[in-house]
Design a protein around this ligand. Structure first.
Ligand code: FES
Ligand SMILES: [Fe+2]
Length: 389
């Protein structure tokens, strides 16, 4: 049973909160790199309760800085990008990509005011066609080079899901909710006339288990399923990678779902889909294709339940903006959720005590390409279905 206070601790992610302090120790994708161009070198980014501006100066350097100008708080999104920085549209103060104030027109040349501007401490990197942000203390850990991000033996796509109107923890708890796939995905798909889409998760689930992993390069929770029926198998499991990633096989693809906490009641999901073993023809590794998913609801406001994404979004959002966990009735099938909450609380406490949380990588030798094994059942079934066509 979760108390109101515990619920607040895990879900509130604005600056200065305990959960935010933990989540800032990890890298988060913020947008596809194609969203910054010569014509549009600026993008507003809302993450962990902060309004930021991502911009690229005329020399190609990229910065992530507070959106509001430190002078009189106008938005720098409307500023002028120049070779060495961005100039505020209001009175022309200019900042470089680290937010060092490099010009203050109309102030005396010897004014000490420039040094009163706090530089931005946020780090931006580019990988797999995405910009990534690190907002924690320095030195930053390495940006993990997951196989889905750096593998070059297949095809890669980026998928941007519409903004989810729910707290980040609801989205993450779903990643360790082993049994939801039976009704929410399989049964729902069958009921909507999409029998094939429900065939994998609709098999009889004879047993399930969870394994807490604290590995060198990743920590989290593996879900293990034992399927009965004609295509019975013990599934190795697709893991939740602590704190905010789901790694899931989907048909012949390996898909990493990155759940980015935007603010207390919104979550942005970026997915990277890697299809190993396929033709690499026409693959531009620096600029993989980007799919923007269509709206999750119909024009009448009801959820479009024909996709797994729409089905999940319905469940996450209808729980409420921040689910009231004091009113839950958890059963034995929810053990993955309690394990994840335990891990989250332990890591929040570790960071509060000045320790390093789980899953940060600092050794480049361990970060060349990180492969986490997942179930092959889905790929096998997808191949079979293709052969049958
Ligand atoms: S508000 Fe930006 S320069 Fe004045
Ligand atoms: Fe789901």
């Amino acid at each position: 049973m979760v108390t109101q206070q515990e619920n607040e601790l895990m879900t509130r992610i604005g600056p200065g909160t305990a959960a935010s302090t933990l989540l800032r120790r990890y890298w988060h994708p913020i947008c596809p790199t194609s969203e910054l161009s010569d014509d549009r070198p600026k993008k507003k980014v809302r993450i962990l309760g902060e309004e930021l501006l991502l911009f690229r100066d005329g020399k190609g350097r990229v910065g992530l800085i507070p959106e509001q100008c430190p002078h009189r708080r106008a938005s720098l999104f409307y500023g002028f990008v120049e070779d060495d920085g961005i100039r505020c549209p209001y009175h022309g103060w200019k900042f470089d990509t680290a937010r060092i104030c490099i010009e203050q027109p109309f102030e005396p040349a010897n004014s000490p005011l420039k040094s009163d501007v706090c530089p931005s401490d946020y780090v931006v990197e580019k990988l797999a066609g995405l910009y990534w942000a690190y907002m924690g203390p320095k030195p930053a850990p390495l940006l993990p080079r997951w196989e889905a991000l750096v593998g070059i033996e297949g095809q890669r796509r980026i998928q941007v899901v519409p903004l989810i109107n729910a707290n980040w923890l609801q989205v993450m708890e779903n990643s360790v909710d082993t049994t939801h796939t039976h009704y929410l995905h399989a049964h729902m798909s069958v009921m909507l006339g999409m029998k094939e889409r429900g065939s994998y998760h609709g098999r009889p689930l004879e047993a399930y288990d969870f394994e807490v992993v604290k590995d060198d390069v990743w920590s989290g929770i593996r879900k293990i399923r034992v399927w009965g029926g004609k295509d019975g198998e013990r599934e190795l499991g697709h893991p939740l990678i602590f704190p905010h990633i789901l790694l899931a096989p989907q048909q012949e693809h390996i898909v990493m779902h990155f759940r980015v906490p935007v603010d207390d009641t919104h979550t942005q999901v970026f997915r990277v889909q890697y299809t190993p073993g396929t033709d690499t023809k026409d693959m531009d590794w620096d600029n993989p294709p980007v799919d923007y998913f269509p709206p999750l609801k119909h024009a009448n406001g009801e959820y479009d339940l024909r996709t797994f994404t729409g089905q999940d979004a319905m469940a996450w959002e209808t729980e409420g903006p921040i689910v009231d966990r004091t009113k839950e009735l958890l059963g034995v099938s929810d053990r993955g959720i309690t394990l994840y909450r335990k891990m989250l609380n332990e890591q929040i406490a570790a960071v509060q005590a000045g320790k390093e949380p789980l899953g940060l990588i600092r050794d480049p030798a361990k970060n060349r390409q990180i492969t986490v094994k997942v179930s092959e059942g889905q790929a096998r079934m997808a191949r079979k279905m293709k052969q049958a066509v």
